[in-house]
Design a protein around this ligand. Structure first.
Ligand SMILES: C[S@@+](CC[C@H](N)C(=O)[O-])C[C@H]1O[C@@H](n2cnc3c(N)ncnc32)[C@H](O)[C@@H]1O
Length: 299
């Protein structure tokens, strides 16, 4: 795997993670998949791959998400770079759901770690994961299949999904916004508003923008071309500007943040909307049934 040079990631973190990761298991999984054939199942010729995306390196891995190495290594790396525990962090998004969703869309779903938890929390709901990388979708589909969860995966751009308007009760985006230009996040917020029904909820889980501003060195740890731009902005403000109501951001384990917004008819008091309810948080011991979204080499 080609790794960008002379970064903190390349010099310190990647060698350490290399020792923790089951490299043999990854190699075995990588070789067991016909990536060209399987990614062709998802690849759509009409999906435009924007320059901001194809030029991006993911956590220092050259080539970004448009290669199968990214799909293979994403989960093993992410479990170590989502403190204090990847499942707890993702569970905060699930616990913040205030609607009774019949249709859920997870934008930039990647290998579907959050998507799987959404389907597990709402088994009756139709859950769709959308991503620009057909390779990430291959890995996502393997994980869903191995977990026995029926999830539909679509190759597409989060900012221009081509999906019908007013058709989702819940739209989510986890760990997506720090990887894209702010102008694209703003377009994704507008697209999410278009996709949601009135009373529907948008949840954006990502790095804590205040922490990124306060601790400059965090921006240098990973090779993320848009992280400074992301840290300087405010998802909370942008959600309000896009037209969401009841916008609220909370810190998640200090290094992450979760922003929620509701699509409301202007002037409607969304707190009294009949579709909105308080989700019962999952007891920590229940998380054992889904111990980690991380890579399972036996999958
Ligand atoms: C850091 S990963 C996050 C994956 C997953 N949501 C998670 O929580 O682990 C970012 C994902 O967003 C996808 N992505 C980036 N820009 C996108 C866009 N404009 N539209 C759709 N997917 C995008 C990438 O291909 C990648 O899979």
């Amino acid at each position: 795997m080609a790794v960008a040079e002379n970064t903190i990631w390349e010099r310190f973190l990647f060698p350490v993670l290399g020792l923790l990761i089951d490299q043999e298991g990854l190699r075995h999984y990588g070789e067991s998949v016909d990536w060209d054939k399987e990614s062709d199942r998802f690849r759509r010729d009409d999906v435009v791959i924007p320059a901001y995306y194809s030029s991006q390196d993911f956590h220092g891995i050259s080539g970004g998400y448009l290669n199968y190495n990214a799909a293979i290594t994403y989960d093993p790396i992410t479990q170590y770079v989502t403190p204090p525990n990847e499942t707890w962090v993702r569970q905060e998004l699930i616990d913040a759901i205030q609607v009774k969703p019949r249709r859920i869309l997870d934008l930039g779903c990647g290998t579907a770690s959050t998507t799987l938890m959404l389907k597990q929390a709402f088994p009756q709901a139709e859950v769709i994961g959308l991503d620009l990388s057909p390779y990430m979708l291959v890995r996502a589909a393997h994980k869903a299949e191995s977990a026995g969860l029926g999830i539909k995966f679509i190759h597409g751009q989060a900012e221009a999904t081509g999906l019908s308007a007013n058709n989702f009760d819940l739209v989510t985006a986890s760990l997506l916004f720090h990887e894209i230009p702010v102008s694209i996040s703003q377009t994704i917020l507008q697209e999410s508003l278009r996709l949601l029904r009135v009373g529907g909820q948008l949840l954006v889980l990502d790095g804590n923008q205040r922490a990124l501003r306060q601790l400059e060195f965090l921006n240098d740890i990973f090779v993320e071309p848009y992280i400074r731009e992301y840290g300087a902005g405010s998802v909370d403000t942008e959600m309000g500007v896009a037209g969401f109501r009841a916008v609220h951001t909370k810190d998640v384990w200090w290094v992450h943040q979760l922003t929620s917004g509701i699509k409301a008819i202007s002037g409607l008091d969304v707190t009294n909307h009949s579709n909105i309810r308080q989700y019962e948080p999952t007891a920590q011991e229940d998380l054992q049934i889904f111990p980690s979204p991380a890579f399972d080499s036996k999958a």
